[in-house]
Design a protein. Structure first.
Length: 255
């Protein structure tokens, strides 16, 4: 191409401007044709809840990494912004967010719909080492023991109802870190939390590892998606992506 261009300069200088414009256009067209398509950016509001989500972790949390891996083949880039949980939920109402994440199903507010589960969170009654608590059902626990919870969370209804019935035995912490510190200071006997989070924080802050007195079951972790017309196609697509991922998990291993 360069040789042809030089010949044109020598023999057809009157055509230089026209051919230069054409050549430049051709180069731009070729460059754009070879360039990868721009990734669509999905922005979510989140909280620091390690190891699931955390701004200080290299991958911004194991659950964030899992979701990114699922979205990437579809040309979607996940952008996560971290705030205190209540503020994250408020900010997610803005049109540049697709929603907030990760949420329990009990935290899906009006105007949102839940995605299929990205993963699951265990809820448990946890204590400091050597202080296990025996109880028969949550009503027994909240009636006869002091219990710590995080005020920003909307726990599943079976926990919320019992806590509301025994307010004198409930202490609220503003964060999971403070919940752990208060548990170790014996401000209450039992904390309701995800033991994976409490174990991670115990190691991070050089505190004794918590003990699980009793598991309360698994809760799906979902994306709370804004249920607005501008977000409907994303709702459909994330349902398809996570639905396919769930089906793939069910497939038996083959050699």
């Amino acid at each position: 191409m360069m040789i042809v261009f030089l010949n044109v300069i020598i023999w057809s200088s009157g055509m230089l401007k026209r051919i230069w414009v054409y050549s430049a256009s051709l180069v731009v067209t070729l460059l754009l044709g070879n360039a990868p398509a721009m990734a669509e950016i999905w922005k979510v509001a989140s909280l620091n809840w390690p190891p699931y989500t955390d701004a200080s972790m290299t991958n911004e949390g194991n659950l964030v990494q899992k979701l990114r891996t699922l979205l990437q083949p579809h040309g979607i880039k996940l952008q996560v912004e971290f705030y205190p949980w209540k503020r994250a939920i408020v900010l997610a109402e803005q049109p540049d967010y697709i929603g907030y994440f990760p949420a329990w199903l009990s935290e899906i507010n009006e105007g949102y719909v839940a995605s299929p589960p990205v993963d699951y969170s265990e809820l448990a009654a946890v204590t400091v080492p050597g202080k296990r608590v025996e109880f028969h059902g949550l009503d027994d626990l909240f009636s006869n023991h002091t219990v710590g919870i995080v005020s920003a969370y909307q726990y599943p209804p079976f926990i919320e109802r019992v806590a509301e019935n025994h307010p004198d035995n409930v202490t609220e912490a503003v964060s999971e870190v403070l919940l752990l510190k208060m548990l170790n200071a014996e401000r209450f006997e039992v904390a309701i939390s995800d033991p994976t989070v409490m174990m991670y924080l115990s190691e991070k802050y050089a505190m004794p590892p918590v003990e699980v007195s009793k598991s309360l079951g698994l809760a799906p972790l979902v994306i709370a998606l804004r249920n607005k017309p501008d977000n409907r196609e994303r709702i459909r697509l994330i349902g398809e992506i996570l639905g396919n991922a769930k089906e793939a998990d069910r497939q038996p291993a083959t050699r």
